[in-house]
Ligand binder design. Structure first.
Ligand code: TRP
Length: 334
């Protein structure tokens, strides 16, 4: 039996994925690839909607992100890894979908409002940014996927994609089946905190803009250095002071990456261990977790990833162009 399809994507806004990206998205894609045909997409056109400042080398970002996908466990023999702009059908679909969605609906999209708020005053609020979910609907619906695994923040975009598909179907006939949200409920992973805390001493999400990340593609020494300066319970000055693991970045990570975390937490609370010991043990655990990724990454030069991406784009195009044929027929464009 042929496998059902899964599609998901990540924006190429930076050349480096961090472990928050891995926990919030990539891990799920990797786990799904035995049961589904997974299409893992680097959304380079989407990256253009919010980039501020000088133009970045988006192609370079995309290649590096694709390497992180493969290093992170996406197996190109099972899954299609591709770059959005290599499959032009996404752009044609975006254009045609833009005829069935109202501007008002896009303006009310909470993610759009947040993105506009986050932009600096001088940045253009482009038609492309408003149309972000229309492009995302195209990414998704062209593959008629069984489901779309994403973090909770993407829920509004999935709902809009679904509405766009329905609007198309009701005007032109059933082309797009419904798809499932595969939203990760485990927030300790999907909302992985960074290594620091905000002004009030609360953990905040891992984000490259906060500089509180551990990257998939860094050396064991770099990871060790970052963990050394990580945020821990501020009132725990001495080894014998009690820790508060719930509010401590290092303890939160121990819970995810160390098999012995229950013992480590108990000792922390009882004042039987110091933060530097926890940091040392965490460094070992995370470096162990990242080791296979580093090994796979070392094998991947540009030539290797370009070959994987060319094959992935061919596989994606095969599905996307068949859907486009149906779309053009339904719309009496062909
Ligand atoms: N909007 C998604 C994000 O910011 C990225 C994305 C683009 C995506 N196209 C997609 C996710 C299609 C799932 C399906 O992370």
């Amino acid at each position: 039996m042929t496998k059902q399809r899964i599609l998901s994507g990540m924006r190429a806004t930076s050349p480096k994925l961090h472990i928050g990206n891995y926990e919030g998205a990539l891990r799920n894609w990797v786990n799904l690839q035995d049961d589904y045909k997974v299409y893992s997409m680097v959304a380079d056109w989407h990256a253009l909607t919010t980039l501020e400042g000088d133009p970045q080398d988006i192609r370079r970002n995309s290649l590096e992100v694709a390497k992180d996908f493969v290093a992170g466990g996406i197996d190109p023999a099972k899954s299609a890894v591709f770059i959005q702009s290599d499959v032009k059908e996404h752009a044609e679909m975006q254009l045609l979908f833009s005829m069935v969605v109202g501007v008002g609906k896009l303006e009310r999209n909470p993610t759009y409002k947040d993105m506009v708020k986050g932009l600096s005053k001088s940045t253009l609020v482009s038609m492309g940014l408003l149309g972000y979910p229309v492009l995302q609907a195209s990414d998704i619906l062209l593959y008629k996927p069984y489901g779309v695994p994403v973090g909770k923040d993407q829920a509004p975009h999935l709902e809009l994609s679904r509405e766009i598909g329905r609007a198309f179907n009701s005007r032109y006939g059933e082309v797009f089946p419904d798809f499932k949200d595969m939203i990760d409920k485990d927030e300790s992973r999907s909302k992985l905190p960074g290594l620091d805390a905000d002004d009030e001493g609360k953990l905040r999400k891992m984000s490259k803009s906060y500089g509180n990340c551990i990257y998939l593609n860094e050396t064991a020494d770099e990871t060790a250095k970052r963990i050394k300066s990580a945020f821990t319970t501020p009132s725990k000055m001495r080894l014998t002071d009690p820790g508060i693991p719930e509010g401590c970045a290092v303890c939160q990570y121990l819970k995810l990456y160390s098999p012995d975390w229950e013992k480590q937490w108990a000792e922390d609370v009882a004042g039987e261990r110091g933060c530097s010991q926890s940091k040392k043990e965490l460094t070992e655990a995370i470096n162990e977790f990242l080791r296979p990724m580093r090994e796979r990454r070392a094998e991947l030069d540009d030539a290797a990833i370009l070959e994987i991406l060319a094959r992935g784009a061919d596989e994606a195009r095969e599905v996307a162009s068949a859907t486009m044929d149906e779309v053009r027929k339904a719309m009496k464009l062909a």
